[in-house]
Write a protein that binds this ligand. Structure first.
Ligand code: CTP
Length: 416
């Protein structure tokens, strides 16, 4: 696990939100961090280096070609010094340059040269944020493990209303030093959680789905976030608010869920598969609405991908946690899935007859290889999720798995 970031390199790029960045320096310092500010040329049009020097107590770096500053601490040393690089505000232009590997100023060069985590707090006009070029650049960076905080929605400096505002300095600082974050057992780890049902289209208006409410998966995502992890929640269609600090990716089908999991698990440490993924999909999806022409109708189904099993067959899979919702023989079926899908843990519960799906409470029995077992008594799904996350953290530590997932397949994807 990585330690709490103490040395933060704060990059400031040229947007109007830069007027809030001196406050961010103070918020980060309140958490005990040393803050070294690096400003782009554009940023200096909005705030002076002197302001940052006054609040940070360190001389501000602005230029790759500043001989005196380079002699004191060269740009590569600066890149090594930082435990985390935070760029706030991050303009559309900076995001584009970082996505494409430019090293034409000090900040971009340091970002390329660092092995520390990079966090961006984007800020720009809503149309610029929505632009396909910006979105593609953001995706490139996310795929490389860059963390995005925001942007938020609201009134903008240009007078428009929409998504593009920089998060408030206190929110950014809280995200970097989450309440329980540093002390949390999952601090420094990236966790991907799936939740909810999937929908498999039959025709443009119909689909096959199941009764999953997504409540357990959302509670697990929240608990993992509270435990200090960076959490991506891949969600089937459900109406539940996204837990604070969790990144949500919406999908419909099992196929889409698999692709989203593969993509978001890159660089990930733990995969918690709480979704009730359809096991079957329509063999052929009708292009037009199917008409009722006869009294009976046959639907031909084909296997949908098994998301969890597919990930477990990849090279160096992350720590894998499955769920088993069973109507009978809970232990036997759960243990069969634990070994069958090569999991590190499985959380089993009984469903049906008023239990499980769409309820706010539940009970779980957790199993792991070589006979490990823990009962988690009947309680609210959130309380249960918090206990489950404690067990996951314990088992993760014991497993000595420090594998970083790369999404490479060992065997064909999509086998079930
Ligand atoms: N799972 C998955 N993809 C599927 C089916 C299941 O990722 N297509 C995952 C679930 O998220 C869960 C675990 O596999 O973590 C077990 O799911 P479950 O539905 O209980 O079991 P199945 O493997 O589908 O077996 P069966 O339906 O025959 O009980």
């Amino acid at each position: 696990m990585s330690p709490q970031p103490r040395k933060i390199l704060l990059g400031v790029t040229g947007g109007i939100a830069a007027y809030k960045s001196p406050d961010l320096v103070r918020r980060l310092m309140e958490h005990g961090a040393e803050v070294q500010v690096v400003m782009s040329r554009g940023a200096q049009q909005f705030v002076t280096a002197l302001t940052f020097q006054a609040v940070s107590g360190r001389s501000v770096r602005t230029d790759l070609w500043d001989e005196a500053a380079e002699a004191a601490m060269g740009h590569i040393e600066l890149a090594r010094w930082a435990d985390e690089i935070v760029v706030a505000p991050a303009t559309a232009e900076f995001i584009a340059r970082l996505a494409h590997g430019f090293a034409d100023d000090l900040l971009a060069t340091v970002c390329l040269a660092t092995t520390a985590r990079i966090t961006l707090a984007p800020a720009m006009n809503r149309q610029m944020w929505a632009n396909a070029a910006t979105q593609a650049n953001v995706q490139i960076l996310k795929d490389r493990g860059v963390r995005m905080l925001g942007p938020a929605s609201g009134e903008q400096a240009c007078g428009e209303v929409g998504v593009g505002r920089m998060l408030e300095p206190t929110q950014i600082a809280d995200e970097i030093f989450t309440t329980r974050g540093a002390a949390g057992p999952l601090h420094g780890l990236k966790v991907v959680v799936t939740a909810g049902p999937t929908r498999e289209a039959i025709d443009p208006v119909r689909f096959i789905s199941n009764r999953s409410s997504g409540k357990m998966g959302y509670a697990v995502a929240q608990a993992a976030r509270e435990a200090g992890a960076e959490v991506v929640l891949i969600s089937g269609p459900v109406q539940i608010p996204t837990p604070r600090g969790v990144e949500r990716v919406e999908v419909e089908s099992a196929e889409e869920m698999l692709e989203a999991v593969r993509r978001n698990l890159v660089g990930g440490d733990i995969f918690i598969s709480a979704a009730a993924v359809s096991d079957y999909r329509a063999h052929q999806v009708a292009g037009e609405k199917i008409k009722k022409t006869s009294d009976t109708m046959n639907l031909s189904l084909a296997r949908a991908p098994d998301v969890l099993a597919t990930i477990s067959r990849c090279e160096s899979p992350p720590f894998l946690v499955g769920f088993a919702a069973e109507t009978e023989h809970v232990e036997r079926n759960a243990l069969a899935k634990l070994t069958g899908k090569n999991l590190d843990m499985i959380a089993a519960n009984k469903v049906g007859a008023g239990l499980g799906f769409d309820k706010d409470e539940n009970a779980l029995t957790v199993y792991w290889p070589n006979g490990g077992k823990r009962e988690l008594a009947f309680t609210s799904k959130l309380a249960l999720a918090r206990q489950l996350v404690e067990v996951i953290a314990e088992r993760y530590q014991a497993s000595n798995k420090t594998r970083t997932f790369t999404a490479k397949s060992k065997s064909p994807a999509h086998a079930s």
